[in-house]
Write a protein that binds this ligand. Structure first.
Ligand SMILES: [Cu+2]
Length: 148
């Protein structure tokens, strides 16, 4: 009787977790200039979405700093180029850059930062991507963002 009850409640728990959209994700960054993913999916039923950025390497942020920046795919390289001269204190992003939809700050080894944005800002007919705007990193540190 007890075992049956446990089994039923575990099943209920499992199915409710399947139904609820995951509205947050954690992305790790490394000393090898990489993100732990190249493709992110955002569920349209999420009101907001949170990205938590971690850095599992050992290098400080002035040497191997990383941030996570979300924009339209076409804006990624121009944002990174314009951010070069902004410097690390401005997270290598031009101040007030309206093309940036969301971004974390630049972090170094063992640091974390997170950002939450409105999913309603994203248009299902548009292509989005994420990247790191630390100088030179966008060539390796970028990926796609898909609304599903
Ligand atoms: Cu980086």
């Amino acid at each position: 009787m007890f075992a049956k009850l446990v089994a039923v409640s575990l099943l209920t728990l499992a199915s409710s977790q399947l139904m609820a959209a995951e509205c947050e994700t954690t992305i790790d960054s490394t000393d090898q200039m990489s993100f732990s993913t190249k493709a992110m999916e955002i569920d349209k039923s999420c009101k907001t979405f949170t990205v938590k950025l971690t850095h599992s390497g050992n290098l400080p942020k002035n040497v191997m700093g990383h941030n996570w920046v979300l924009s339209k795919e076409a804006d990624m390289q121009p944002i990174a180029t314009d951010g070069l001269s902004a410097g690390i204190d401005k997270n290598y992003l031009k101040e007030g850059d309206a093309r940036v939809i969301a971004h974390t700050k630049v972090i170094g080894a063992k640091e974390t930062d997170s950002v939450t944005f409105d999913v309603s800002k994203l248009d299902a007919n548009e292509k989005y991507g994420f990247f790191c705007s630390f100088p030179g990193h966008i060539s390796m540190m970028k990926g796609t963002v898909t609304l599903k």
